[in-house]
Design a protein around this ligand. Structure first.
Ligand SMILES: CC(C)(COP(=O)(O)OP(=O)(O)OC[C@H]1O[C@@H](n2cnc3c(N)ncnc32)[C@H](O)[C@@H]1OP(=O)(O)O)[C@@H](O)C(=O)NCCC(=O)NCCS
Length: 211
């Protein structure tokens, strides 16, 4: 008899991102086309043919900005909407996993190797056969210009303000203001990064997410 694992279970969507204006219903990812992305990307050298990988993700329903560079081993195992802003880098073995909630990554972000964005979770069940009870998912938002260090985990319901740094190995849960340096488990603000005195630099003028 086949045992039903966590991967087979559905997630109730909880909460929407307030800071994303998506007219109408947000576009959901099409999981068979994400599978296609994974199969094709597996044949592409890690840092080559970024345009092909962008096109495949767009085909799967993601909103991927221009000059987004996704390393071939990054995997998208989620079914909500996905927005990735212009110029963002998604590194080796990054994993986005969970249910139907939105993941929004701003422009010019750097997502280091093995970062995990996990929108899904479970109610803790005291009396059920499994401790992982009913599934639910919550959105994740990462502000423009943010750098997420290697191996960090961002849990659903988290919002990281723009131009923040998440130290390697941090576990982020909650909402954090712009220009935070977050570190530790659970992540705390260990430093506030100074303000950029040159607001008219090109990347400060406009950030857009293209479909
Ligand atoms: C965060 C980081 C950039 C250091 O930034 P920094 O401004 O030089 O920070 P500091 O070294 O002054 O550290 C500030 C505080 O955060 C702590 N800290 C820094 N990195 C930490 C980490 N990964 N985990 C836990 N705490 C960390 C420091 O111990 C220090 O704490 P203290 O004030 O109590 O002494 C660096 O530690 C890091 O994690 N880099 C990511 C590397 C990476 O992912 N590379 C992949 C390439 S994309």
């Amino acid at each position: 008899m086949r045992t039903r694992g966590l991967a087979d279970r559905s997630y109730e969507t909880r909460g929407r991102l307030d800071d994303v204006s998506s007219p109408g219903r947000p576009r959901r990812l099409k999981t068979p086309l994400l599978w296609l992305h994974a199969r094709v990307a597996a044949q592409i050298p890690p840092t080559r043919l970024f345009g092909v990988k962008r096109a495949l993700l767009r085909l799967a329903g993601a909103q991927v900005g221009k000059d987004v560079r996704i390393v071939s081993s990054a995997r998208f195992c989620c079914s909500g909407s996905l927005h990735v802003g212009d110029g963002t880098w998604i590194g080796h073995e990054v994993l986005m996993v969970g249910g139907d909630s939105e993941i929004r990554i701003g422009a010019r972000c750097d997502i280091a190797p093995r970062v995990m964005l996990v929108t899904g979770s479970h109610e803790i069940s005291i009396s059920g056969a499994r401790a992982a009870g009913d599934g639910f998912s919550r959105p994740i938002s990462i502000g423009d210009g943010t750098w997420i260090g290697a191996g960090a985990v961002v849990i659903g319901g988290s919002t990281i303000g723009e131009h923040s740094v998440v130290a390697a190995g941090a576990i982020v849960r909650g909402s954090f203001p712009a220009r935070s340096l977050l570190a530790g488990v659970p992540a705390r603000v260990v430093k506030t990064l100074g303000h950029d005195p040159t607001p008219d630099l090109p990347w400060n003028i406009e950030s857009s997410v293209r479909g």
